[in-house]
Write a protein that binds this ligand. Structure first.
Ligand SMILES: FC(F)(F)Cc1cc2c(N3CCN(c4nnc(C(F)(F)F)s4)CC3)ncnc2s1
Length: 487
């Protein structure tokens, strides 16, 4: 059983980040299960006290880093409150080893029905059990996490959190073979709580990552709650102590091996390292590469965010050719999905890259001051075509259109910045490979070694490679922009 043990209680009152890390280390390294409700309450109290307006002025700097006094009393009260809510509401049939769908649905109902009637669901700091216990508010992730923590309280250690890039649900039963929705997704969609995860059209949507979710162990559920810590004070400031705590805890989880199969958590750590790097740690660029390797190794390269984490890093550091390659690799992931109305988050991601970031790069690069401009590099043109082609293919076979005229102007603008002699150096080698879900004559750069290239056999080559009896880039560009201009 998990639990709030004497060794943990001895750490209170907690006055600094080092002691919080020690509490997490105790829980993670102890042979028994880490206690999700205890750790979520502790993380939530710290986050909320350091990011809420009320506390700003009175946060006295206790020792060098200023944490509010975390006393045992406060934490124990909330910890027992959660136990009581769950145990009083759900009678447990102790004969059963595994949870049933009814049990999971019942725990979800207890959480669901105790939430405040209506509140702004996308607000920050609504992810922890502290938010649930002190304000009866949770966000979409928070509900799923609370259900898993609730099932842990009841002794069902088969119930685990399953995470896609924009949704969360649970797995349970023998070898976690059963799945169930336990929370809502997006705005204005009926929740599907209790149902098993989409077998229908939604299974081809990015939202369910082609059934390659991150299925958490207890330790990875701790990584999820740490990843969900939100240090933001407001839209352009972070509470320093909260992001420092998050970074320390992510390194603890990293060192213990619990981020190996969790690309987004590695990406989160990469972002924090870019902002303030730790002595003696790998540099953030390596972390972004590790997140990509993790997705390729454990999730059949079906996740997009590892590439957009990396692309964002390259973009911020003015490494534009590398950014184009990361974004083209992200596009190679999305091309195999069908776009559905639940995929707005990733749609916005690609829209921002195509219509804000790439045009911004083209503006800088064509201002004539960049000596070794990317506009002279055929591989940059190849990456861009692969990027756009992936989005075109994402749309193919989807019930919902992706592209509209708003995409065309930036696209044509971007492509036309490359001179004909540069474009002519890019060959499109296409062979249409009938692949279960999507035919394609896609473009992919022969530098990326993800399985897409092997599966589909389409590459681009620069001039000095094979000869050119293939449709020229002009033909493809014209076709692509033709399609865009006359959908
Ligand atoms: F559970 C849900 F529904 F919330 C889905 C999850 C999201 C998410 C996450 N995120 C989401 C992606 N995210 C990104 N931040 N920047 C990103 C990139 F565009 F730069 F790639 S992606 C922040 C952290 N980080 C750890 N774990 C999870 S589980």
């Amino acid at each position: 059983m998990a639990g709030f043990r004497a060794t943990d209680k001895a750490l209170f009152p907690i006055k600094n980040i080092k002691t919080v890390v020690q509490l997490f280390r105790n829980q993670l390294e102890h042979s028994q299960e880490p206690d999700l409700s205890l750790l979520s309450i502790v993380a939530g109290v710290i986050e909320n006290s350091l990011t809420s307006r009320s506390n700003l002025q009175i946060c006295e700097p206790v020792e060098h880093n200023c944490l509010p006094n975390l006393d045992l009393e406060t934490i124990t009260l909330m910890y027992s409150k959660f136990q009581t809510i769950i145990k009083n509401a759900v009678e447990v049939n102790k004969q059963r080893k595994y949870a049933t769908r009814e049990l999971v649905k019942k725990v979800s109902d207890v959480i669901w029905n105790s939430l405040t009637r209506s509140y702004y669901k996308d607000r920050a700091h609504l992810q922890s059990l502290y938010s649930y216990l002190s304000g009866s508010k949770l966000d979409c992730f928070g509900v799923a996490f609370a259900v898993v923590a609730g099932c842990q309280v009841l002794g069902y250690n088969d119930v685990h959190l399953a995470l896609s890039e924009d949704h969360a649900w649970v797995v349970f039963g023998e070898n976690g073979s059963e799945t169930a929705e336990v929370t809502w997704h997006g705005k204005g969609n009926e929740d599907k709580r209790g149902q098993e995860i989409g077998k229908g059209v939604s299974s081809r949507s990015w939202l369910y990552v082609n059934n390659k979710p991150v299925v958490c162990t207890r330790h990875m559920e701790v990584a999820a709650l740490v990843s969900a810590i939100n240090p933001s004070l407001n839209s352009n400031q972070d509470a320093y102590e909260v992001s420092e705590l998050q970074q320390e805890l992510l390194w603890l989880l990293y060192d213990l091996g619990h981020l190996k199969k969790y690309p987004m958590a590695i990406g989160n750590l990469g972002d924090l390292e870019e902002i303030s790097s730790r002595e003696g740690r790998v540099e953030c660029r390596v972390l972004f590469e590790e997140a990509i390797k993790s997705s390729r190794s454990y999730y059949n390269n079906q996740h997009v965010y590892p590439y957009t984490y990396q692309g964002g890093y390259f973009y911020r550091n003015k490494m534009y050719k590398e950014a184009f390659e990361s974004w083209a690799n992200a596009s190679d992931v999305i091309r195999l999905y069908n776009y559905s109305r639940d995929d707005e988050e990733i749609y916005k991601e690609f829209l921002e890259i195509a219509n804000e970031l790439i045009p911004h790069i083209m503006k800088i690069e064509s201002s004539g001051f960049s000596a070794n401009t990317i506009l002279k590099k055929p591989e940059c043109f190849a990456h861009l075509l692969r990027f756009y082609d992936g989005i075109c293919q994402w749309e193919e076979g989807s019930a919902t259109p992706v592209l509209h005229i708003g995409w065309a102007k930036p696209l044509v603008n971007t492509i036309s910045k490359f001179d004909a002699d540069v474009r002519a150096q890019v060959n499109i080698l296409c062979d249409t490979v009938q692949d279960g879900a999507k035919k394609n004559a896609g473009i992919c750069n022969n530098n990326n070694n993800n399985n897409y290239e092997k599966e589909n056999g389409a590459q681009t080559e620069t001039k000095d490679e094979k000869d050119t009896n293939f449709p020229t880039i002009e033909a493809l560009t014209a076709a692509c922009s033709e399609k865009l201009l006359n959908p």
